[in-house]
Each structure stands twice: as C-alpha cells, then as structure tokens.
Design a protein around this ligand. Structure first.
Ligand code: DI6
Ligand code: FE
Length: 438
C-alpha cells in the first residue's frame, strides 16, 4: 500500500522556509501531505491526560489544516528526503497555546494611589467600603468611551499575546449599568476580532453594588437578572456569567438568583468564590454545574467534595493572593487529593492583580501556592480550557483540536513556570495562522 510521491508545493516566502520538494511515503504520511503547513521536528508537550506529566512525545511533525491540528506524526515515521519546505524546528518544544481563563483587563483609571494607602496599612476591604476599590474603577470606566477603553486594553492584551497566550477570558464588571456593561463586553469582542487571540467574554455585573443601588442591593440583583443578563444574551455578548460571592460582594441568595437567570438564557456560570471568606459559594456553584470557581483561599472540605463531584475547575489566582499579601492558602493538597482540576490565571485587574503576565502567575502558583511546574502548565492549558468550556477544542496537542500552539526556545517545559521575563517564543500559532508579532 506504499506509494512514493513527489510533490512540488507552493513556496511561502517567509524567512526560514526553503524551497519545497517532498518525497513521502503516502502510506504513513498522507495526512501530512494534506496539511496547509507543517512544523517539522518539534518535541510536543501534549498535555494529554492519558500521558504522564507534560505528555511529552519524541520529535514529531505537526501539520495544520483548516485551523486545526490535522497531523501529528513521529519524525521516525517520515522517510526522507522529505518536505524540504517545511520549517525544521530542530527538536524545539511545542506546547498548546496558553489560556488565561480569568481576567478583568478592560478598565480605565489607575489604582496606584490606593496602593500607596494599602502600603500605609489600610486594608483592601476597608478601601472598598469607603467607595474606593472596585467603585473607583467603575467611575473611570463609565467615563471612558468605548474607543478609549479599547485603546487602554490594547497594550495589556498585546503583552499577553507576546508571552504566548492564545485564549483569554475577559470579564465586564466595571460598568455596572446596562449600557456600560455592554460597552465593556463589546470592547472585549472587538479585541478578539482585531487581535490574534481568542477572547471569551464573561458578564460580571454582579461584581459590586453600584453607588446608585447602595441602599437597595437586591434591586441591583433584579436589574442584573431582568435586564442585563437578557440584553447581553440577546446581543450574543456574553459567553458566561460570573458573580463575586463575598461579604463585600453578593450573598449566597443573590448569587443563586443570578445563576438562575443565567440558566434561563443558557449561559454558563462561574464564580469569584471563597476569596476573603466562605459563604458556601463553591458548593452552590457546583450545584449549578459551574465551569469554574475562582480564588478559593477559604474553600472548605464540603466545597471541595462538591467541585470533585461535578467536575468543576478550581481556578487559582496567585497574583491576587500575592498582591493582597494574603496568608491563607487555598487548600491545594486537598484539591489535589480530591482530583479537582486546577487552573491558574492572572486575574489581571487594577485593584488586586496589576500584573499583566500569565507566566508570572504560573511562577507564583508554584512558589506561593505549592503547585509543581507541571501542574501550573496543565493549569494554563488543559484545565484552563475546561474552565472556559473549551476542553474539546483547546488545551492539548491532539489531532482534531484547534491549531493554537507555541514553539519555544527552551530546554524543558518546567522553564515556562521557572523563568520570568525572557522572550522564548519561536512560533505562535492561533487557529493555524502564525501570529508571533501580532
Ligand atoms: N476579586 C478580585 O480580586 C477582583 N475582583 C474580585 O471580585 C478585584 C477587582 C478590583 O479590585 O478592582
Ligand atoms: Fe477576578
């Protein structure tokens, strides 16, 4: 059934490509022949759960077609001379694209002055109670035009792009009126359309009670349920709905109301849970089949069992833990023991995580929270994909998955959690398109 084929394929003029002359044994490699583009001689860290640790494989040829990984063939199965045109990556590491599954990267204003106050000893919760905190960002974000918000978000998203993030979740939550929440979500969608990155949007109108509703928080929750969720859903602007379930945020009963409304519109739910105290939010979220619960410093054993039972992702946000100088650690050992998938994310926001780097969050997940580098890597790939409901399409290197991947100039995948601040990307591919300098 073998058949020798000689093919001349079109020449792509990018640097690093040579003229094409292919001599392949079709019996083994016909799927490669059908690819639009092939990265030859890459060492895949597949992050496949059926393989140990990083899911490392021997050197492979990785081929892309129609925006998907179409072929992944061991180099030793390729018979030379072959594919002179295909870019030889010389054994470099290839990983799935990084996924930042929890950010608030659209906002206006700065909270640097608040940082001054905090460094003088004023606690975050007290600043929030006095109309600072989230509400000060709400004022600035409402005052900013859609165009201005977009411009402000661009350098942030570009920093993520440069370090290898190929999917980012962006929340609203600094508008807190119908129009301003939709404005934020439109900016998020526009970033996804104009930048080489996938954007998933989350409606977080239940982030704080806006000043107009200070004396009647329940009617803000009503507005969210009856106006904002329906409008965001009908405009196709929200992929999920989130709630800040906390004593300075929303009660368990209010959280449940928001989740019920989201359910009516078939929107997935998520939660900022157990960050500063435990209101039972994780158990509630699990009951609703949430995609993820995030933060989790005060998560208890009941919550852990509920997450494990429903397969809910626990998203760790070590940057906020660090920046708030928290001392109570999320229960990592118990989550691990219960087999709860742990994602890691940057939580980019002006109040508690002004750190625009997922690599830094991976490092902190290891140094501060006690994850291993392999857990941190799974946390920004396979488990982060699940936290966005995208586990069938993203987060692993596997034939049939979307072609979002990264080729790295680094010796071992642990380096991605270990080394901070060095540009190690050789190739960045989103949806099958090379987008390194997007
Ligand atoms: N928890 C957080 O850490 C951020 N939001 C939330 O619900 C803080 C957002 C901010 O302070 O602006
Ligand atoms: Fe957050």
């Amino acid at each position: 059934c073998y058949q020798d084929v000689n093919l001349i394929l079109p020449f792509f003029s990018e640097i690093g490509y040579k003229l094409l002359y292919i001599h392949l044994e079709v019996g083994m490699n016909k799927e490669l022949l059908n690819c639009e583009r092939v990265w030859l001689n890459v060492t895949p860290a597949t992050l496949r759960p059926d393989l140990a640790d990083y899911g490392l494989l021997e050197p492979h040829a990785l081929g892309v077609r129609d925006g998907k990984i179409h072929a992944l063939v061991p180099m030793q199965d390729l018979k030379g001379p072959y594919a002179a045109s295909w870019q030889d990556m010389k054994g470099k590491l290839v990983t799935p694209g990084l996924i930042d599954c929890h950010t608030h990267l659209i906002f206006a204003g700065s909270r640097a002055e608040e940082f001054e106050l905090r460094q003088k000893g004023v606690p975050y919760a007290e600043i929030a109670r006095k109309g600072g905190g989230i509400i000060s960002t709400v004022r600035a974000t409402r005052a900013a035009s859609e165009e201005r918000l977009y411009e402000l978000a661009l350098p942030r998203i570009k920093s993520l792009i440069r370090e290898g993030v190929t999917t980012v979740e962006i929340k609203s939550g600094y508008g807190l009126t119908l129009e301003d929440e939709l404005k934020m979500l439109r900016v998020a969608r526009r970033l996804g359309e104009t930048q080489p990155i996938r954007v998933k949007t989350t409606l977080l109108a239940a982030h704080a009670v806006p000043p107009e509703y200070r004396d009647d928080p329940d009617s803000w929750v009503e507005t969210i349920c009856q106006e904002i969720i329906p409008a965001a859903a009908e405009a196709g602007l929200a992929d999920a709905v989130d709630v800040f379930c906390e004593h300075i945020g929303f009660s368990l009963a209010q959280t449940e109301q928001v989740y019920l409304a989201a359910d009516q519109y078939n929107l997935a739910v998520k939660g900022h849970m157990d960050q500063l105290s435990n209101l039972g939010g994780s158990t509630l979220a699990a009951h609703f089949g949430a995609l993820s619960v995030d933060h989790l410093e005060y998560l208890d054993q009941d919550g852990i069992q509920a997450l494990a039972h429903r397969g809910v992702v626990a998203t760790l946000l070590p940057t906020a833990f660090y920046f708030l100088k928290e001392t109570k650690l999320p229960p990592i050992a118990a989550l691990r023991k219960a087999g709860v998938p742990m994602a890691v994310s940057s939580d980019i926001n002006p109040g508690t995580a002004p750190i625009v780097s997922l690599r830094m969050a991976m490092n902190m997940a290891c140094t501060l929270l006690g994850l291993t580098p392999v857990e941190a890597m799974a946390g920004v790939t396979r488990h982060a994909a699940r936290a966005l409901g995208e586990q069938e399409r993203l987060g692993q290197l596997k034939v049939g998955m979307l072609a979002d991947f990264l080729v790295w100039n680094c010796g071992h995948p642990a380096e991605l959690s270990y080394l901070i601040g060095v540009d190690q990307l050789v190739s960045r591919v989103v949806n099958g398109e090379e987008t390194l300098h997007g």
